[in-house]
Ligand binder design. Sequence first.
Ligand code: NAP
Length: 315
Amino acid sequence: MPEPGSRPTALEVVEGVDLTGRTCVVTGATSGLGRESARALAATGALVVMTGRTQDALDQAEAWVSSEVDGALTATVTLDLASLRSVRDAAYEIPAIAPEIHVLMNNAGVMFTPFSRTADGFEVQLGTNHLGHFELTRLLTPQLVAAGGARVVILSSGGHVMGDLDYDDPNWERREYDKFVAYGASKTANLLHMVELDSRLQDQGVRAFSVNPGAVATSLARHMSKEDFSSLRKYAAASTAAKGEETDGILDFTMPDQGAATQVWAAVGPELEGRGSAYLEECQVSDDVQPYAVDPDRAARLWELSDRLCGVVRG
Ligand SMILES: NC(=O)c1ccc[n+]([C@@H]2O[C@H](COP(=O)([O-])OP(=O)(O)OC[C@H]3O[C@@H](n4cnc5c(N)ncnc54)[C@H](OP(=O)(O)O)[C@@H]3O)[C@@H](O)[C@H]2O)c1
């Protein structure tokens, strides 16, 4: 296990790990933490199925992984999580490449987007970050079970503290939109998804983990204004102060190679064998999580709600 506080890179996490013959699927593999994770997972010898919104972006990311990792085994599948039709198409295509999936990394995400809706009418942060991944995971469950031991790694965030999920108005139909609360709600949903998924599938050898990568310099901040950065600093300072820790109010950003370490550890770390339903930060299991985001009853309720919302579109 990486030393606490040592901040390893994702490539350091996979040193000595051999996943030859295994398959990993990574969403949002075209940039930031997803692209970095794809590189590290490819370095283990696994086949890495990289998904992204456009074939152009996928071609570029795949070329980068191949240039970084000798003999990298990769495949690409287009996937727009903001469209359940696209999710269904990708979930049809992926099993032809990967009849067994040993790691499903639900990494793609958007943050603090102006109000908009997905193709299916969901608020875009909940729709992209949670509901699209919920449906993808549901559709790929036979391949996860077929692996005979699989991990689902779900990217959440320390930002889950910014907002709880409103079960009566998940898609912001009756409230004034708040992009910070909506991001928090989507990242809370990611954690709750992990709790219920692990509970439902552990008997079939599928374990789920949720990850806070910390503050990482990626293009996730593309929708943020200068004022948004100030608000974010205030949220972070308040959350640090609430833990009784000192803060200088400066956000401590890492680069993607270090930022992706925890999610890659979640995917391959032998220390996590036999475990599941855990929130991970800095390559360790963490209890620094809001109780509302890991409550089993709320997790079961979110599962039903998500299944109903996606089910309406499924028809
Ligand atoms: N960076 C941080 O500080 C931080 C902190 C906490 C949690 N996280 C989480 O880490 C994850 C990865 O974020 P990142 O920092 O690597 O951001 P990023 O560089 O912006 O990467 C996000 C990825 O998600 C993809 N994506 C966005 N919308 C999509 C959609 N509708 N369908 C499919 N793919 C979509 C993006 O594709 P396009 O390039 O096509 O947009 C991109 O590949 C997110 O879930 C985020 O919430 C990040």
